[in-house]
Design a protein around this ligand. Structure first.
Ligand SMILES: O=C(O)CCC(=O)C(=O)O
Ligand SMILES: [Fe+2]
Length: 282
């Protein structure tokens, strides 16, 4: 029987996390995991304005400064929402905050081969990013994350509503035939004439507040809705458990760019995975 709610846990051990959530692939919210980050309690719209006000970001073809982004999300309303999400890539755009989100793994998201030198950040669908949004901001589609990576979403300011679906509901969710990772259903306003089987889907809605961390196991369909001005830090995880599915995606994605390229990159990723497995340091 699929879980119809997402549990919130406080101070569980790493072993408990692995047994009860990681291995069976069950989403969970940690109430306190990010207490090991200096970012917790520190990240606010004003803190970003004061420290990084001039950093710029492009969204839908428009350039914004951090200051403008914060003004937009603080003035956003459900009726007239600011664009969502604004994303700042941490390693390239905000490297100064890396020490504030260390250890990235929170002592739970390990092993993480994406932290090894073999899997350079920004490739293979992996990213470590700051997400900024305002009330009414909706993630544009229901989806599973590319490359079958696990996602870790750390809510550091404000509250977001997440929606996840128990595994095995693909047939109710109408993945786009050209892009299997994205659902054709607008879950915020489902068109049941077009997507009648969506009636059988059992979305699980829950809120994730400041200081909380959501673990989304690979292959879990999900989406998000910003309930107020929000700041979160998201990162991905890869290891032995999702490596086989990851490799299949590497093949499928890279094959679109030609067989020779796919072979070379597949070979590289396979070797990188073996190195991580053997070194056991991630
Ligand atoms: O926090 C959110 O808006 C969800 C982000 C997400 O699911 C993604 O970037 O893949
Ligand atoms: Fe996602």
């Amino acid at each position: 029987m699929a879980a119809l709610q997402v549990q919130k846990v406080d101070d569980i051990t790493y072993e408990e996390f692995m047994e009860n959530f990681y291995k069976p692939g069950i989403p969970v919210v940690f109430k306190n995991a990010s207490k090991v980050w200096k970012a917790r309690g520190l990240f606010t719209p004003n803190w970003f304005r004061e420290n990084f006000g001039d950093k710029t970001i492009e969204k839908n073809g428009v350039n914004y400064t951090m200051r403008e982004v914060m003004d937009l999300v603080e003035n956003s309303t459900e009726d007239k929402p600011a664009p969502y999400p604004f994303i700042f890539d941490i390693p390239t755009v905000l490297p100064e905050i890396v020490p504030l989100v260390t250890p990235l793994n929170l002592n739970y998201a390990k092993p993480n081969w994406l932290e090894s030198k073999w899997f350079k950040k920004g490739y293979w669908g992996s990213a470590t990013e700051v997400f900024i949004g305002g009330p009414g901001g909706k993630f544009p589609y229901l989806h599973v994350d590319y490359y079958h990576l696990n996602a870790w979403i750390n809510q550091l300011y404000g509250e977001k509503q997440f929606t996840v679906y128990p595994r095995g509901q693909e047939e109710f969710l109408y993945p786009d035939p050209d892009n299997q990772w994205i659902s054709q259903v607008n879950i915020f306003e489902p068109d049941y004439d077009k997507f009648p089987k969506y009636k059988n889907a059992t979305p699980i809605h829950f809120k994730v507040g400041a200081g909380e961390t959501l673990f989304i196991p690979f292959g879990t369909w999900h989406s998000a809705y910003s309930l107020g001005p929000t700041i979160s830090v998201a990162f991905d995880q890869l290891n032995q458990k999702n490596f086989k599915d990851f490799m299949k995606d590497v093949w499928d994605f890279k094959n679109r760019e030609g067989k020779a390229k796919a072979l070379a990159l597949y070979g590289y990723a396979w070797l990188a995975g073996q190195s991580c497995k053997v070194s056991r340091s991630f």
